[in-house]
Design a protein around this ligand. Structure first.
Ligand code: HEM
Length: 107
């Protein structure tokens, strides 16, 4: 039987999904408030600035890509393959964030 590790890649992947998932829910509520003209300290997130765009990319892209990796767990992929997939997807995520940001705001 394989040794279980408490602080491996899987734990960081899980934590990433939790934190980004939680912040996306908060973002969603703040967005609904903004749409209805309610002022919150987060209104700056919904004007088309580079910062707002970057924050949303930073939350949504890793969550969506890691979410895809979580789907693959149901197909019984091996631990090593899970780890490789995680880092490959995160690398793709970094590229997606940079390219999306540059195509929107240049630089
Ligand atoms: C492409 C879009 C998305 C995909 C593929 C996706 C995928 C997933 C998956 C597979 C999980 C389960 C993680 C696990 O069981 O370990 C998850 C968790 C979660 N997602 Fe998403 N998600 C997406 C978008 C969103 C959005 C837009 C929100 C919020 C508005 C959100 C909020 C959450 C929350 C709160 C959790 C629970 C985290 C936890 O308890 O660990 N997700 N997501």
């Amino acid at each position: 039987m394989e040794k279980e590790r408490a602080y491996g890649t899987g734990m960081w992947a899980w934590l990433l999904q939790r934190i980004t998932g939680f912040l996306l829910v908060i973002y969603l509520f703040m967005h609904v408030a903004w749409v209805h003209g309610i002022n919150t300290p987060f209104n700056f997130l919904f004007v088309p600035t580079a910062t707002a765009f970057f924050i949303l990319l930073l939350l949504a892209v890793p969550h969506a890509l890691n979410g895809f990796r979580v789907f693959t767990l149901d197909f019984g992929i091996k631990e090593r393959a899970q780890k490789i997939l995680f880092w490959v997807l995160m690398l793709i995520g970094v590229l997606v964030i940079i390219l999306s940001y540059r195509s929107r705001f240049g630089g």
